[in-house]
Structures are given as structure tokens and as C-alpha cells.
Ligand binder design. Structure first.
Ligand code: ADP
Ligand code: GLC
Length: 468
């Protein structure tokens, strides 16, 4: 069986968020002697492309409306990854130094067309085309409806929704960019009088998954306008929890962290990493260290953080460290908070993979007050490193974290409200004082298995059940 994943992101090539982590890990765990799992993604002009050499295995031209664009399919000259990645290089349009921006419609349409045009030339077609998020959401429609891809229309395809907030909608004025199809079926592209790639994929894909069971249920009630559609298509929809790459995220071998540790060395290992963080960010290592890592957007509850931190820092016995970037106003507030709380609050506004690993290894509690969290990987990384998550009961967070009051290993709160988050921080501070329980939970959480194996088996069952 040959599975082809199509995605805008894949770790370590290009990462904006968890989509990259998933596409960068899943194929590795999916592959075995009977299954080959590979990725097709855009080639960006970024650090990865600068540091690696590529060879061209196919050159072609594609039509984007009336425009003709040259494209190449490239692979790594020396494959340092655990699976094969095919890169679509489209000079000027796709080969740029960003993943997402204002021109995503044209860029990702050209990417999808190039990928399918190339697939037309394959002798052996894939068994499954697995599309991730709206950036490749027009593939199921094109496979089914575009005349030129008729020879591919028997290939089973699925859509995984990593985040239904983003749908990639664009005006019908651009419909001519999509390779010619029977116009009677234009409705399959439409949702709310615009072309909506995510909605179109939900309509046309043979199967639809979300990245946790809880999120699938939530989407049927609230999906940024797609709830009716998801309810209507519910027979082909299923929620499968993401796994994590337990090789990349392994405190015993992680080369980013200051000191490696196993479950039996959790106390000393975490202590060394915490001391490094405290020195770097000017904290007292005796106090509990709370951290936030993530995109500073409404979905993550980031807009409430300045107020939450201000209130919580009235307790002089805690420290808070933030790593993130996103909305300008939130970034500005979170930066300016540093002035009044030197020694107990600090923030790195930006993206830093290495620092994120050290925070997982060294902070005491991880805050995730998300409004929406389709799966969430941070809390699963936290568990693997013995960092206790404080999460809002939503989506994948609800599916993976049990409160200590219910015999679990995290702290949960029901709503995204300042008071509730502040209260959760107070509960965590109390837990920190009870060293015996605190250490027991840290040790236990490291034994929880969220590796990809279980989810990969569920996906395999799904692929095998797909019928048109
Ligand atoms: P989302 O994809 O919605 O942003 P996830 O929890 O699925 O959320 O994944 C986020 C991923 O991005 C994790 O690997 C997390 O460690 C990483 N991450 C987010 N923000 C940053 C940042 N500023 N610096 C480093 N890593 C970050
Ligand atoms: C999205 C979601 C996040 C999920 C990730 C990987 O970015 O926001 O919750 O973990 O995709 O599936």
C-alpha cells in the first residue's frame, strides 16, 4: 500500500505549528514492510532548503487559469529524513520565504495542481491520498470533478481537519484557476457563496478525520460555519487522536535540552533544566515555574494571559515564562508586562524550537487555556517530559488530560475565564508545595504512551474501509 500525504507543513522542513509535527512523524510510524508512506509538500526558500541539496526528478508546466507556470518535483540528494518527501518547487510563487501569507489561494492552488499533474505521470498510482487541512482541500474535488484527473478518480482520498477555524475561502471570481470541470457541480466547491476549500473537501473526500474524538463532536455544534455540513456528512467523519513522535520528543535523548533524563531520574534531570531556564530568564529556581508555549491568538486564550499573569503574579512565590508569537497587541502587552515583574515574569516573543524543548524539560507547569484545541501536542509533549499541564477542558485537551482531583495527572478548568485560570494556577502552586504528590505525578505522566502506534492502526483501518 502506498500512502501519499499532502501538506503545507512538515517538521523539520517547515513548521508553523502542530500540523508540521504530525506530518513530520505520522509517515514514519505508518511505514512498514507492506506500507510506504510519503509526503508531497511545497519547497520554501527557508533554512531547510538553504542547508540541503536537492535533485530534480520531474519538470513540468502547469496552468493556473490563463497563466503557465514552470514547476519541478525535487527530492533530497541525501535523505536525512525517515521517509521520502517530494518537494514541489514553483519559482517566485511557492518558493518564497514564508509558509502562509496574503497570497495563499494562488500559491496552494498551484501546489495542488502541480502535485496532481505529476501524479498523472506515475506508473503505479498511490492507494491513498491523504490531505491535511484546507491548503490541500481542493484535491478531493479535483480528483472527482476535473476532467484532466479522471485517471486518478478511483484513488481513495481522505481529509484530516487539524483546525476548522481556517478554511481558505476565496471568491468565485477565481473559479477559473481550478482545472476544468462540469460546471453543474460547482456547488461542491461552495459554502456561503464563496469557494471554501475545507467545506469542499468535507463534501468530496471519501473519509474525513479530525485530530481528536472530542473535537469531532464539538465541530458538529460549532465549526466556524461548517457545523451543519459536518453533521450532514457525519457518516464518513471520525475523530482519531494524534500521536507524538516519541523519538524526537524523548527526554532521554533530546539533544536540545540541558540534561537528559529518564523516568527514574526525573527530579534531578528536570532540576538541571529548570536551573538553566531560571538563570537565563532571571528567576528564583525554588519557586514553581509556569510556562506558556504557543501561538498568541484567541484560539489559545492568549488575549487573557496579560490579565491572568498580572493577577497571578500578585503571589510573589511563583514565576512565569512565556514563549510565543502572534497577534501584535497581545505580543505588546506580554512584553510590557516584563517591566513591572522583573525576576518573576519573562517572555521570549518569537519562535525558538530549542527553547521550547528546554521549557518542556524544565518548567513545572504548562498553561494551555485554549478556547479551541483540535488536538494539542504541547500537553502530550509535557506529559512525556514530566511537566504538569494545566488545560481548559476542550477538544484534544479534554481527551488527554485528567484532573488530579479525579485521580489524574493534570489540572483542568472548564471555561476560558481569567478567574478560572488564576484559580488553576493557585491549585498548581499548592500541588508544588506537596513535593511527594508533585513528584509522583511527574513520574507517572512520563509513563503515559501517546506514541503514534495506536493512531496509525486506527488510520489503517479507516483507509481499508474507504468506499466510494
Ligand atoms: P497549534 O498547531 O495549534 O499551534 P499544537 O499544540 O498542535 O498547536 O502544536 C504546537 C507546536 O508548535 C508544538 O510543537 C509547540 O512546541 C510548537 N510551538 C508553538 N509556538 C512555539 C514557539 N513560539 N517556539 C517554539 N515552538 C513553538
Ligand atoms: C492544529 C490544531 C492543534 C493540533 C495540530 C495538529 O494546529 O490547532 O490543536 O494539535 O493542528 O493536528
Amino acid at each position: 500500500m502506498k500512502i501519499i500525504h499532502l501538506s503545507a507543513e512538515c517538521y523539520p522542513i517547515a513548521k508553523v505549528g502542530g500540523l508540521a509535527d504530525v506530518v513530520g512523524a505520522f509517515p514514519k510510524y505508518q511505514s512498514n514492510k507492506n506500507i510506504t508512506s510519503e509526503v508531497i509538500m511545497p519547497l520554501y526558500d527557508n533554512k531547510f532548503s538553504e542547508q540541503n541539496s536537492f535533485q530534480t526528478i520531474y519538470s513540468g508546466q502547469l496552468n493556473l487559469g490563463s497563466e503557465i507556470l514552470d514547476f519541478e518535483i525535487q527530492t533530497l540528494e541525501t535523505n536525512t529524513l525517515d521517509f521520502t518527501v517530494y518537494f514541489v518547487k514553483i519559482p517566485d510563487l511557492l518558493y518564497v520565504d514564508y509558509v502562509y501569507s496574503f497570497d495563499d489561494t494562488d500559491r496552494f492552488l498551484a501546489f495542488q495542481i502541480a502535485a496532481l499533474d505529476w501524479m498523472l505521470t506515475w506508473k503505479e498510482k498511490p492507494s491513498i491520498i491523504h490531505c491535511h487541512d484546507h491548503h490541500v482541500g481542493l484535491i478531493p474535488f479535483m480528483l472527482q470533478e476535473s476532467f484532466k484527473y479522471e485517471s486518478l478518480n478511483k484513488i481513495s482520498n481522505i481529509l484530516t481537519i487539524h483546525n476548522a477555524q481556517y478554511q481558505g475561502s476565496f471568491s468565485h471570481d477565481k473559479v477559473n484557476l481550478i482545472p476544468e470541470f462540469n460546471f453543474n457541480n460547482v456547488g461542491l466547491l461552495d459554502w456561503g457563496e464563496v469557494i471554501n476549500p475545507l467545506a469542499s473537501a468535507i463534501k468530496c473526500a471519501w473519509g474525513v478525520t479530525t485530530v481528536s474524538p472530542g473535537y469531532m463532536e464539538e465541530l458538529k455544534l460549532k465549526a466556524n460555519g461548517l457545523e451543519d455540513l459536518l453533521r450532514h456528512e457525519s457518516a464518513k467523519c471520525v475523530g482519531i487522536l494524534n500521536g507524538i513522535d516519541s523519538e524526537v520528543w524523548n527526554p532521554e535523548t533530546d539533544s536540545y535540552i540541558v540534561k537528559n533524563f529518564s523516568n527514574s531520574r526525573v527530579i534531578s534531570g528536570r532540576k538541571a533544566n529548570k536551573e538553566w531556564l531560571c538563570k537565563e530568564f532571571n528567576f528564583d529556581a525554588k519557586k514553581p515555574l509556569f510556562a506558556f508555549i504557543g501561538r498568541l491568538v484567541g484560539e489559545k486564550g492568549a488575549d487573557l494571559l496579560p490579565e491572568v499573569f498580572e493577577k497571578s503574579l500578585q503571589n510573589k512565590n511563583i514565576s512565569i515564562l512565556l514563549l510565543g508569537s502572534g497577534q501584535d497587541d497581545v505580543e505588546a502587552k506580554l512584553s510590557s508586562l516584563k517591566e513591572n515583574h522583573e525576576g518573576s515574569y519573562n517572555a521570549y516573543i518569537g519562535y525558538d524550537e530549542k527553547l521550547s524543548h528546554i521549557i518542556y524539560a524544565g518548567a513545572d507547569f504548562l498553561l494551555m487555556p485554549s478556547r479551541v484545541e483540535p488536538c494539542g501536542l504541547n500537553q502530550m509533549y509535557a506529559l512525556r517530559y514530566g511537566l504538569i499541564p494545566i488545560v481548559r477542558e476542550v477538544g484534544g485537551l479534554k481527551d488527554t488530560i485528567i484532573d488530579i482531583a479525579d485521580g489524574g495527572f493534570g489540572i483542568t478548568h472548564k471555561e476560558v475565564e481569567t478567574e478560572q485560570i488564576v484559580h488553576a494556577i493557585e491549585r498548581a502552586t499548592e500541588l508544588y508545595q506537596n513535593k511527594k504528590q508533585f513528584n509522583k505525578i511527574r513520574k507517572y505522566s512520563m509513563t503515559i504512551d501517546h506514541s503514534w502506534d495506536v493512531s496509525a492502526a486506527e488510520y489503517l483501518n479507516l483507509y481499508q474501509s474507504l468506499k466510494k
